[in-house]
Write a protein that binds this ligand. Structure first.
Ligand code: 5GP
Length: 115
């Protein structure tokens, strides 16, 4: 079964896509946690960071280049932003198609809630 994110890559379900090329797609998160909240995903379905293989290195490096470009395009390059990749249950991953969150547009506070 393709993931919901693979369906977004294929154009089968709608998303607000801000960047797409042959390796990577970036689109607005449906439930934004900050004024800017973009998901950047490899078009290839990689379930989690734990499933990454050496052949994915170029694509995963490209995620960072796209993150930088999207941040600049959306006007948060100077003020700063946060990149997050959740992995599996304890990491809080909900969609098992690996993705990078790009968050910004306000002061994001400390990295983790203190508990
Ligand atoms: P995770 O918790 O797996 O790191 O993050 C999954 C993210 O995907 C969540 O922030 C959630 O709001 C977002 N999301 C889930 N389903 C959809 C969808 O169908 N479209 C979009 N644009 N975002 C989604």
């Amino acid at each position: 079964m393709p993931t919901i994110f693979s369906k977004i890559v294929a154009g089968e379900i709608p998303a607000d896509i801000v960047y797409q090329d042959e390796r990577v797609t970036a689109f607005k998160d449906i439930h934004p946690l900050a004024p800017v909240h973009i998901l950047i995903i490899p078009n290839k379905e990689i379930a989690t960071v734990d499933d990454v293989s050496p052949e994915d290195e170029a694509t995963l490096g490209h995620l960072f280049v796209v993150a930088k470009e999207v941040a600049r395009k959306l006007g948060i390059a100077e003020s700063g932003y946060r990149l997050i990749i959740n992995c599996k249950g304890d990491g809080g991953q909900e969609v098992f198609h690996m993705h990078m969150h790009l968050l910004g547009g306000k002061k994001l506070g400390s990295m983790l809630a203190k508990s």
